[in-house]
Design a protein around this ligand. Structure first.
Ligand code: NAG
Ligand code: NAG
Ligand code: NAG
Ligand code: NAG
Ligand code: NAG
Ligand code: NAG
Ligand code: NAG
Length: 755
């Protein structure tokens, strides 16, 4: 299932495909991206942060008092003070007050609080991390993975703590008893929730308890314990586990059933996770603004990075459209979704003996050999309704024409299976050409077919007086993989032409992981299927795979910086074929994550905070807009600008954007690699350049004599103008030593193309 509302992000499982979003947007995300009168106010002075929290909060009250006229009013208006990682507060303001506050001394940005959508398991074996892979258990059990999500299910077998000692000494977080939440153990060591708007949510509960299933799924994927015999009604049977089964999990619930995930809560959770001592943060929530200095996930993850914590985020489920990637700040690890070599198919046997195939998870064994077959169009209440009833939309069909039958529908909104069942129908065949790479879970017998199979079925319906059919229970089949998921958001990066995003790809289709018993499998009316494990699809699911992989790498290299861990995972990723996915790196980033290889990358492209600021300066961020990130320390971008560098960042990938339709474009990329392999090693460069592009590297050989030694080099990319039909071309630079392969994709992007 592509999780609908959540689905859309490392954020969203595709629980229901994007169309479902249409309904969900109306139903459940009533507040989706609606601006409330809450604002987040950033204060420039960060030097005060070493003081007591209450002292910092008093400065917020003083500022608000001077705006509101009294401390009483200030106290009423103040919602939350951020006093640990960054200096800011959340407050209620009128528009008028926003203007006044923005111009006050010492105030950085005043940002409206917005609500975001949330964007087994075989997947680990598929990417080469078998249960027998080497582990560094001693350190692994000190690793804490923090998840910002819908909470979790403490009773889940994925959070059994057998064999684990008490939480690591560095852990400063908390886990209390909450409503319907039994508390933590030595596996699930932290659980908190943030709901600063205080709006009552009739569909949720003020507790870290996950009533949605999304957070349970993501947290068990990243670091769940081993659970033998996990399956969904017998499908995909196997041992479910996270990448680091001995690592600890801390959950921060920031996403709520009715409202989604708000900026105030996301920032508060980042601050808490940093102070609590997590090692890796995984967040499967949609980012909003392209501005890295004000987007809450970008800002929160910047402070995490400053504290040595890598944040892994979902790229979004808005594919296959180009330019749809979200969470694309350079310090974020942006994860796209790919398919694994498993799919779920159902046979449809027609009355004329023909057998055709559909896609989806249908757990129902048919009771009869065949049933009468009709189409939504033919079952219309009256001729006026035919167009709507062909999509089997609720209220457009005549129940008498549906009862006891299998109904053929064109995909219009998600949940046709529930509509047909509600009318007394037996099953549903849904036609659609876009989302056939995901096995939607159905609440009644149903399957999804493409339009050519659909034509076979409708031709048959109209060829006979008494058409019949049966839909068989789904079975697991092997398919060619990996490939980019249709829904996975694609580059180019809308926030910067100089930065390739997504960074990496991981399995995100039909992932089996823990689920909640508080919600039926589909969440649709009338669904009676409940399970401890279920499939979800989305970059929400691929994100915790990379979060888990990062924790795995960290368990072997506890001192590596966030950028070094990210580089190790990117340069050792398995390149994916562009034959099936023509958007190539815009869909795949550096390729499919390979956790075991990432333990030994040979070289890393390391980057520090200063370098990220330099990048932002190069991108044209003003000195003052950077204050949210760096505080008052005066930044003078014109002093920081590096000379003659295409992207001003030491990134493991390179992207050159064409600047002219007539002239060739040349870009110079300056890079530094750090030796984390054998002390004496020599790396030679191999370049792959696409037609019309010349790529040179200098020097062509790097000779290291010690560990941690840094060597710089320069890559010059010269690209001829491209036809407006070509959006991008792919090249690469590979540094090879006898034991290591360090690969960087080089993408040439044509912003003048039609896309
Ligand atoms: C939310 O409720 C808490 C506890 O009752 C209270 O301290 C806080 O001021 C409230 N916040 C808002 C925005 O009403
Ligand atoms: C929470 O517990 C109460 C009391 O046992 C119960 O009525 C309610 O349904 C529970 N809510 C959820 C979401 O589990
Ligand atoms: C039904 O759909 C057809 C084809 O899309 C269109 O030509 C026709 O106008 C529609 N009829 C109604 C009543 O909307
Ligand atoms: C439609 O689905 C069938 C059965 O899965 C498959 O054989 C066929 O190639 C598909 N057709 C197209 C155009 O994708
Ligand atoms: C459908 O399921 C029935 C009952 O399990 C089985 O006899 C039949 O062979 C199946 N048909 C196909 C085409 O798999
Ligand atoms: C920033 O640096 C430039 C170049 O050194 C200098 O001309 C300018 O005055 C500086 N700006 C500020 C605000 O210090
Ligand atoms: C690297 O290149 C040098 C000089 O061309 C050559 O002697 C050496 O064997 C190469 N090393 C590798 C690992 O290919």
């Amino acid at each position: 299932m592509i999780m609908g509302y959540y689905t859309y992000i490392c954020s969203s499982p595709i629980r229901h495909l994007p169309l479902f979003l249409l309904t969900l947007t109306a139903l459940r995300v009533a507040n989706g991206d609606v601006q409330k009168d809450f604002y987040i106010v950033f204060i420039r002075d960060h030097s005060i942060l070493n003081k007591e929290s209450s002292a910092v909060q008093q400065t917020h009250l003083d500022l608000l008092s001077s705006l509101k006229g009294s401390e009483t009013e200030a106290r009423e208006a103040l919602v939350y003070s951020y006093t640990r990682s960054f200096n800011a507060f959340a407050t209620r303001l009128s528009e008028d007050e926003v203007g006044k506050l923005s111009s006050m001394d010492g105030v950085g940005s005043v940002i409206p609080n917005r609500y975001h959508k949330l964007h087994t398991t075989k997947s680990w074996d598929f990417i080469g991390l078998p249960p027998t892979a080497k582990r560094n258990l001693q350190v692994e059990s000190n690793i804490i993975v923090g998840l910002l999500d819908t909470g979790t299910t403490p009773q889940s077998k994925s959070f059994k703590d057998h064999g684990l000692g008490p939480p690591p000494a560095k852990w400063k977080g908390t886990c209390d008893h909450f409503a319907n939440f039994s508390g933590c153990n030595n596996k699930l060591i932290g659980a908190r929730y943030f709901k600063l708007d205080n709006f009552t949510d009739p569909d949720d509960i003020l507790s870290p308890l996950d009533i949605d299933g999304h957070g349970t799924h993501t947290s068990s994927t990243s670091a769940g314990s081993q659970v033998p015999n996990a399956n969904l009604y017998g499908l995909a049977k196997g041992t479910a586990r996270g990448a680091v089964p001995s690592a600890r999990v801390a959950v921060y619930k920031v996403c709520w059933a009715s409202s989604g995930c708000s900026d105030m809560d996301i920032l508060a959770a980042f601050e808490a996770a940093i102070a609590d001592g997590v090692d890796i943060i995984s967040i499967s929530i949609g980012g909003s603004s392209g501005n890295y200095a004000i987007d809450s996930i970008s800002v929160g993850s910047f402070f995490a990075m400053r504290n040595g914590i890598l944040t892994v985020a979902s790229a979004g489920n808005d594919g296959p459209y180009l330019g749809s990637v979200s969470n694309h700040a350079p310090w974020l690890f942006t994860v796209g979704a790919s398919g694994i070599d498993r799919d779920f198919r159902s046979k449809i046997v027609l009355g004329n003996g023909l057998t055709v195939t559909g896609v989806g998870v249908d757990t129902f064994e048919p009771k009869q050999k065949s049933y009468p077959l009709t189409s939504g169009r033919d079952a219309a209440k009256d001729s006026k309704n035919r167009n709507l009833s062909s999509g089997c939309i609720d209220g457009t069909m005549d129940p008498k024409k549906v009862k006891g039958k299998i109904v053929y529908c064109k995909l219009a909104v998600w949940g046709a299976d529930a509509v047909i069942k509600d009318l007394g129908g037996i099953g549903t065949i849904i036609e659609n050409d876009q989302f056939l790479d995901i096995a939607q879970i159905f609440m009644a017998p149903a399957t999804m077919v493409n339009s050519s199979t659909g034509k076979t079925i409708t031709d048959y319906i109209h060829s006979t007086r008494g058409p019949t059919a049966v839909i068989n229970k789904s079975q697991e089949v092997k398919v060619q993989a990996p490939f980019a998921a249709s829904f996975s958001s694609r580059g180019p990066n809308p926030g910067s032409r100089h930065l390739l995003k997504p960074d990496i790809t991981a399995p995100g289709i039909d992932i089996l992981a823990s689920y909640t018993r508080l919600r039926s499998l589909t969440g649709l009316k009338g669904d009676t299927q409940y399970s401890d494990f279920t499939f979800m699809s989305g970059t929400s699911m691929s994100c915790p795979h990379v979060g888990g992989a990062a924790a795995y790498v960290k368990s072997f290299h506890p001192s590596w910086s966030p950028a070094a861990i990210k580089s190790a995972i990117m340069t050792t990723a398995t390149p994916m074929s562009s034959k099936r996915d023509r958007q190539a790196e815009f869909a795949h980033g550096a390729g499919q994550v390979n956790p075991v290889k990432a333990l030994s990358p040979g070289l890393v492209y390391d980057t520090d905070e200063f370098s990220y600021i330099q990048f932002l300066c190069h991108e044209g961020y003003s000195d003052s807009s950077l204050a949210n990130l760096v505080g008052q320390e005066p930044i003078n971008c014109s002093k920081l600008l590096p000379s003659n560098s295409e992207d001003a960042i030491n990134y493991p990938t390179m992207q050159l954007s064409l600047k002219s339709r007539q002239e060739p474009t040349t870009g110079i990329f300056r890079r530094v690699v750090t030796n984390v392999g054998p002390s004496q090693s020599v790396y030679n460069a191999t370049i792959k350049a696409p037609k019309g592009v010349a790529i040179t590297v200098k020097p062509t050989s790097l000779s290291f004599s010690r560990v941690s030694q840094k060597i710089s080099f320069k890559v010059v990319v010269k690209a001829n103008p491209m036809s407006s039909a070509v959006v991008m071309l792919s090249g690469s630079l590979v540094w090879k030593s006898p034991g290591h392969t360090v690969r960087s994709p080089i993408v040439i992007f044509n912003p003048m193309a039609r896309y």
